[in-house]
Design a binder for this molecule. Structure first.
Ligand code: GLA
Length: 749
């Protein structure tokens, strides 16, 4: 899969008559689907040769056009700048003649920012080494067994600055996936500041691409944006300290006309939960440079001699089967090689969460009444949301005081959980461990534990501050409180929430020289605590949440197999949110609940069946007071529960095909799940707006085996996969906001 080859190119040197020669070492990663090739020049420049669909075993270095024009540096320094500013680089450095977006920039002891990493050596290892940095307990990344992947580690050196950088490239055996990360080591005698250490750069030929990003806001996460590239830089990023609801750490470039099935897609995803940058630059030479990594804005990391810095991992997915192919590749990769939870392949309990049912206004009896009714309907777990601790009857106090409010829950958690367990249900609980309320015992005792700049006003959001997770003492204290609660009763699920962005980013525990490290150290602190929690409680089901999907990123998936996709539980709005989220994330990771109507956010009414069908495409649950909803809705719950049990495996393990796109046509949405062996499929159609005097909506099925015949339970028809794809089925319904599912079973071969 990974190999090294030697080649020679001939070129003209200005003024010389004879053809000169340069030796190149080619490093190539191939599997059946993709090829990634790079070349090392005699002077140690690491050039990007090719990335994309699998190509032949030819010498690809002609793509570099090194034989054209004015240079190769080894022989003719006179034109080195022309070389530096035009050739494609694997890891471009700042300040030495490449004026496009760099990946690497430092501040050395002399106050200089230029750097020049050159190839020294490489090694190939089977499998995929963990990402590690001394002093850091856990860096989330994809993983692979020895026979599932191979990794190329290229050592680069900047002799002047005394720095070594290891660029690692993992190619997965059976997937169109390359992951990349960079580790920098200070082997010199002086301090160096890392000002910018991105995870990857990929140079694509030409500029004829469209850029796809996932953007939004609170309650409107993952809206798909798609625009043609234009000259100059275009980017998506976060400066909030979290990956954010505003921009997901994802960017894809696709060829014009790419749809769900056709077209080439180069997708980039950062396994990171903090400030990120993903950028495409169309250069003066009409080539496209893409970079992704930690956002260099307000980032600076002091690297003392013998210290190291590990970047987060960038996941590169290539698809020649359009956006559907891209998504299925991400889904397979994340399900098998990123989510590590005990729960990743297990059927998740159907939960009922009391947030929209009661908000802060509950006590043990009220929760029990909800659970009792829910258990009769087949719901399997009660999740007690915000409001159970300190004096929390509203959102302006008590975060950080993780002790049970005995006015609401007499005798602590055990009496309640015992009663819930006696109903045959599991019990789960909500925390917001990274936060402290202005009005809290913790803040009064330790105001210095909040992220802050001494002497400046501290900005509140929801009357709360962010705890300084770069400080191990703070983490230990919070962890002690969490485990006190978790050990006090039979708690099998935690919803880990995070409800504000970071401001006045300063730490009372970091030295002045390391203050700008706080953005990243905060994220590492969060990883540390999540790692401890999931290691100490291996069977705990951890659900991540950040005001909904504000931290729906691959790094969180490493710890929590499911993430609450949005506080917007309206079934119709959810279609768009879940559509965009499904670009990179499998439905087994998407928290989705049936809530009450009129919807609390929008005031919209939708049928209970539609709410069920939409929530079914996720980690299914309820978020309503089941004792108060209309009897006819309640009566539908056992049917929905049965539907979840019946189809859960098909959806969580199968291949997803998107058949509708509300961003383009707001009248309907539809999707399919097809089992890996293509023996069964579930199609869901949601009619958002009915239309008069038009034929019924026809959907063309995808992913089925063309040669097998499928019986459809709803229509009673048996048709071949070929016919279902070519001729489709009519799914039109009467009404607005209505939905229907169609189950297809292949006849025995
Ligand atoms: C956030 C979450 C909600 C709920 C509330 C509780 O907004 O996204 O699901 O847990 O906090 O305060």
């Amino acid at each position: 899969m990974i190999r090294e080859e030697q080649t020679t190119i001939g070129f003209h040197v200005w003024g010389a008559e004879k053809l000169s020669e340069e030796k190149l070492t080619v490093l190539r990663l191939d599997n059946d689907g993709i090829t990634y090739a790079m070349a090392v020049t005699e002077e140690g420049y690491l050039l990007h040769v090719y990335y994309g669909k699998r190509c032949g075993d030819d010498d690809l270095t002609y793509l570099l056009h090194l034989d054209e024009g004015n240079y190769t540096p080894q022989h003719h320094n006179r034109e080195r700048m022309g070389f530096m500013d035009s050739r494609p680089f694997e890891y471009p450095c700042h300040g030495i003649g490449d004026f496009r977006e760099p990946c690497f920039m430092i501040l050395d002891g002399d106050g200089m920012s230029a750097c020049d990493l050159r190839y020294k050596s490489h090694r190939i290892v089977s499998g995929k080494p963990e990402l590690k940095q001394k002093g850091v307990s856990c860096i989330p990344a994809t993983f692979a067994k020895e026979d599932e992947a191979e990794t190329l580690i290229i050592t680069m050196e900047d002799e002047h600055a005394g720095l070594t950088a290891e660029l690692s490239y993992t190619i997965f055996r059976d997937r169109n996936v390359i992951t990349r990360a960079v580790k920098v080591y200070n082997r010199g005698y002086g301090d160096v500041r890392l000002q910018r250490v991105l995870s990857a750069c990929v140079e694509l030929p030409g500029m004829d691409y469209e850029m796809i990003t996932l953007n939004g806001n609170w309650a409107r996460e993952c809206a798909v944006s798609r625009v043609p590239l234009h000259a100059g830089k275009q980017l998506t990023d976060s400066l909030r300290g979290v990956s954010s609801a505003q921009h997901n750490p994802f960017m894809a470039l696709c060829t014009p006309g790419t749809d769900e099935e056709h077209g080439e897609v180069y997708a980039f995803h950062l396994v990171y939960s903090g400030n990120f940058l993903a950028e495409a630059e169309v250069t003066g030479g009409k080539q496209t440079r893409t970079v992704i990594g930690i956002n260099p804005y307000d980032f600076s990391w002091l690297l003392r001699p013998e210290e190291e810095f590990q970047t987060p991992e960038a996941v590169l997915v290539y698809s020649e089967e359009g956006l559907g192919g891209m998504s299925r590749m991400f889904h397979d990769l994340y399900r098998s090689h990123l989510i590590r939870s005990y729960w990743k392949d297990r059927e998740r309990p159907i939960l009922i969460n009391n947030w929209e049912a009661t908000y802060f206004n509950f006590d043990q009896d009220k929760l029990y009444a909800i659970a009792e009714e829910a258990s009769k309907l087949g719901i399997e777990m009660l999740v007690m949301d915000d409001g159970w601790f300190g004096c929390r009857n509203f959102d302006d106090n008590s975060l950080g005081d993780w002790v049970v409010n005995e006015e609401k829950l007499k005798g602590g958690l055990k009496p309640l959980t015992d009663r819930i367990n006696a109903l045959g249900m599991k019990f789960g609980i909500w925390f917001e461990p990274e936060m402290v309320s202005d009005n809290s015992e913790l803040y009064r005792a330790h105001p210095e534990w909040a992220i802050q700049i001494i002497g400046r006003d501290l900005t509140q959001a929801r009357a709360q501050y962010v705890l300084d997770y770069s400080n191990a003492e703070v983490r230990d204290y919070v962890y002690g409180m969490l485990t006190n609660i978790l050990n006090s009763a039979n708690i099998e699920y935690v919803k880990w929430d995070m409800n504000r962005a970071l401001t006045e980013v300063g730490s009372t525990s970091l030295p002045r020289k390391r203050q700008r490290e706080l953005w990243h150290r905060y994220v590492l602190g969060v990883y540390d605590l999540m790692n401890r929690l999931t290691t100490d409680y291996p069977k705990l089901l951890l659900e991540n949440c950040s005001s909904g999907g504000g931290r729906f990123d691959p790094a969180m998936l490493y710890f929590s197999p499911q993430i609450w996709a949005s506080d917007d539980t309206d079934a119709i709005e959810r279609l768009k949110i879940q559509y965009g989220t499904s670009y990179c994330y499998p439905v087994s990771a998407m928290g989705a609940h049936v809530s009450d109507c009129p919807n609390h956010l929008l005031g919209r009414n939708t049928p209970f069946d539609t709410r069920g069908d939409v929530a079914l495409v996720g980690t299914f649950g309820y978020e309503l007071d089941v004792t108060k909803i209309p009897a006819e809705d309640r009566a539908k719950i056992p049917g929905q529960v049965a539907k979840y049990h019946r189809f859960h495996k098909l959806m969580s393990d199968g291949d997803q095909y998107r058949l509708g796109n509300l961003f383009k046509d707001n009248t309907y949405d539809a999707w399919m799940f097809v089992s890996k062996d293509k023996s069964e499929a579930l199609l869901t159609y949601v009619q958002v707006l009915g239309k008069p005097s038009e034929p019924a909506k026809r959907l063309y099925l995808r992913g089925l085996d063309a040669d097998r015949k499928y019986f459809c339970e709803e229509t009673g028809q048996t048709l071949s996969g070929k016919t279902l794809a070519a001729c489709g089925i009519d799914v039109g319904l009467r009404g607005d906001f209505v939905s229907k599912t169609f189950y297809f079973k292949a006849e025995e071969a």
